[in-house]
Design a protein around this ligand. Structure first.
Ligand SMILES: Cc1ncc(COP(=O)(O)OP(=O)(O)O)c(N)n1
Ligand SMILES: Cc1nc(C(=O)O)sc1CCOP(=O)(O)O
Ligand SMILES: [Mg+2]
Length: 236
């Protein structure tokens, strides 16, 4: 696949920045489920939400039949609706449609965002994994994604990862594009500052919340200061 130079990217009229120093909201938390959950997980999720504002929750259960994920999703989706948290399904457009999810997250091998858009319509959020690639991110944006995700920024035991972007990719993206960007991979309250400072619109986190020694409520609360450290540019 062809990779563009920075100069080509910056000059491409299809992709180049359209927004004029407008308002960019503060960085928000995007919570990813643990790799496995049981029936009591809905209580842990509620506890996590008690720790502070969570913008989105992604149900990420790998290698499990859709029917089982759908059963597990029901109380979680209801809780998310109750707490005004976007409910995102990982990997499967079909399952996202079946559940009436607020969004779907697609990896590079999880299907074409354009096809997803046709199936899900304009209101459902579509996120796309872009690893450390500016090219993939621009492709995703062009295909109609609602956000692009870069990672893994730090080592993680939640998933085997092969890409390690620099935080500067977030700054590059937010300078040129209005579309929100998500930072993911091994992010903790202690290592998140460079990602927030670089311009991440969302921090996607799993282990830092679910494995927090003081529990998921403390895990979410721990991010409050670093999230607040991004000063959004003023309205034009
Ligand atoms: C917000 C967010 N970003 C990236 C991923 C990773 O998606 P993918 O590359 O498809 O890997 P799996 O999560 O499916 O193992 C994600 N899920 N969410
Ligand atoms: C699901 C996922 N995707 C990644 C990517 O790099 O695309 S890293 C990752 C794991 C996120 O969990 P944690 O916060 O525990 O590291
Ligand atoms: Mg996937």
């Amino acid at each position: 696949m062809t990779d563009f130079t920075d100069e080509e990217l910056a000059l491409d009229p299809q992709f180049a920045a359209q927004f004029e120093q407008g308002f960019r909201p503060a960085c928000q938390l995007y919570l990813i489920s643990p790799p496995a959950i049981d029936a009591s997980f809905v209580d842990r999720l509620a506890t996590a939400f008690d720790g502070g504002h969570v913008a989105a929750f992604q149900l990420r259960l790998k290698g499990i039949p859709d029917d089982d994920i759908a059963r597990a999703a029901e109380p979680l989706q209801a809780l998310c609706a109750d707490r005004d948290v976007a409910f995102i399904i990982n990997d499967s457009v079909v399952l996202a449609q079946r559940l009436g999810a607020d969004g779907v997250h697609l990896g590079q091998g999880d299907g074409d965002p354009k096809v997803a858009r046709k199936l899900l319509g304009p209101k459902v959020q579509i996120g796309v994994t872009c690893h450390d690639s500016r090219h993939l991110a621009m492709e995703a944006g062009e295909a109609g994604a609602d956000y692009v995700a870069f990672g893994a920024f730090y080592p993680t035991s939640t998933k085997e990862t092969m890409h390690r972007p620099e935080p500067s990719i977030l700054g590059w993206w937010t300078t040129l594009f209005e579309l929100p960007c998500v930072a993911i991979g091994g992010i903790t309250a202690d290592n998140a500052a460079p990602l927030v400072a670089a311009g991440a619109d969302f921090l996607a986190v799993s282990g830092a919340v679910w494995n927090h020694p003081a529990g998921p409520r403390a895990g979410v609360a721990a991010f409050a200061d670093v999230l607040a450290s991004k000063t959004p540019p003023p309205r034009a």
